[in-house]
Ligand binder design. Structure first.
Ligand code: MLT
Length: 408
């Protein structure tokens, strides 16, 4: 009989956010009429901005006319969008990223999960702890993780703890990893690294031949000058880093899906003969084979973000969420919680009160205050005793959340 991929059986039964959703659904069914404030998964609440809506309508009209109809598009994305990305997201910041180094996709989650396809399963991986669970779970699926220990750590993954003790700044690895995942502004802690702190990582990767997988899904939330928006702001990063970007949290595309990945032409890895091979053509080969391109409609929608109105409307939404983040951060700190994040980020990371575990605090908040957050331990062993709240709800609900948690 056929065999399955055993690696899947090693994984915890459900993905973190599916488990949270399952528990919330059960609670809601058992308590009809209770109004639940959702600050768990990082899903947005503001609708798509008018510039995007207008572009989407016009793209639908295109598809209704034979002369403008689009079937299969280029797997790497339409030039009308990759050109804008190159110009607005990179060249405007003095970074020379060309359109053929940009791969438009259905989102950063898929890309950070799929990128392992072009990497050897023999690579040793390092992640920050806590970490976005997709990085770890997809390496388990690929067979790179080893076995799960009782301490919640996979034997072949190096964990780089980010806790109050090190001010949430990971130390460089000591186990000679081949691949390192970094996400900044960080999911889940909401913390950032400055230019000089990121330079340490790029220099390390250059010196040791390590691939840096840099998730910049939250870059639009950066407001401080010393925090880079792109890893390519650091000299030499094009030789070691792949960058992932998303329109989900920036422009409300969590439902319609769109993101992109930058694979610089200068980035090379070794094949099994010890010869250097460029990753850009490998990723193109992977995408053209397994992906048929993001839809014409969504790409036209995203293109509208690169107009003056689109830029203004997008910033307005991000500012709205940042106001929530500030409200949460200040309100919870005043109520005595230890909090970080929420300055250049939509995530607030708080210490659970007393000796409560992350899941105990989850149950307590849901039951007592009808608030949903995400247990820190779901992001990794070093997240135990922490809890994540998102700033993606409305001002009204965010205010209610602060009032309830402050006992007002
Ligand atoms: C999160 O809540 O961490 C993110 O929304 C999950 C995702 O982007 O897939």
């Amino acid at each position: 009989m056929f065999r399955i991929n055993d690696n899947f059986t090693k994984l915890p039964a459900s993905y973190l956010f599916s488990e949270v959703a399952r528990r919330v659904k059960a609670y809601a069914e058992a308590h009809p009429g209770v109004e639940i404030i959702r600050m768990g998964i990082g899903d947005v609440t503001r609708p798509l901005c008018p510039a995007v809506i207008e572009a989407l309508h016009s793209a639908v009209d295109d598809e209704g006319r034979a002369e403008n109809f689009h079937g299969y598009g280029p797997e790497q994305g339409y030039a009308f969008l990759s050109g804008k990305i190159s110009e607005y997201d990179y060249k405007s910041r003095g970074i020379d990223i060309e359109p053929d180094e940009i791969f438009i996709s259905d989102g950063a989650k898929s890309d950070t999960g799929n990128i392992g396809d072009i990497l050897s399963t023999a690579n040793r991986v390092a992640v920050t702890d806590p970490v976005y669970p997709v990085y770890v779970d997809t390496n388990v699926m690929a067979g790179r993780a080893g076995s799960l220990g009782e301490d919640g750590r996979w034997s072949n993954i190096e964990y780089l703890p980010c806790t109050a003790e090190n001010s949430f700044v990971p130390a460089l690895p000591v186990g000679n990893p081949d691949v390192i995942y970094l996400c900044y502004p960080n999911n889940p802690t909401g913390t950032t690294l400055t230019r000089s702190q990121l330079k340490v990582w790029v220099d390390y990767c250059r010196e040791h031949g390590v691939l840096l997988l840099f998730d910049a899904a939250y870059e639009a939330y950066i407001r401080e000058a010393d925090v880079p928006h792109s890893i390519y702001e650091i000299e030499g990063a094009k030789e070691v880093a792949i960058e992932f970007r998303s329109y989900s949290k920036t422009a409300g595309f969590t439902g319609i899906r769109l993101g992109y990945t930058v694979v610089p032409k200068a980035l090379k890895g070794l094949d099994s003969n010890g010869d250097k091979v460029a990753l850009n053509p490998l990723w193109r080969r992977r995408q053209t084979t397994k992906f048929n391109g993001a839809s014409y409609l969504t790409q036209r929608g995203a293109e509208a973000l690169y107009t003056p109105e689109g830029q203004r409307q997008m910033k307005e939404s991000v500012d709205y969420y940042l106001e929530n983040a500030a409200m949460l951060r200040a309100g919870l700190a005043e109520a005595g919680y230890e909090v970080v994040g929420g300055i250049n980020s939509p995530y607030i990371w708080l210490k659970t009160p007393g000796t409560m575990t992350s899941w105990e605090f989850f149950d307590y908040l849901l039951d007592r205050y009808h608030i949903v957050g995400t247990p820190g331990s779901g992001f990794g062993p070093a997240g135990e005793g922490y809890f994540r709240l998102t700033a993606f709800n409305t001002h009204e609900n965010t205010r209610r959340c602060v009032e309830r948690l402050s006992g007002k």
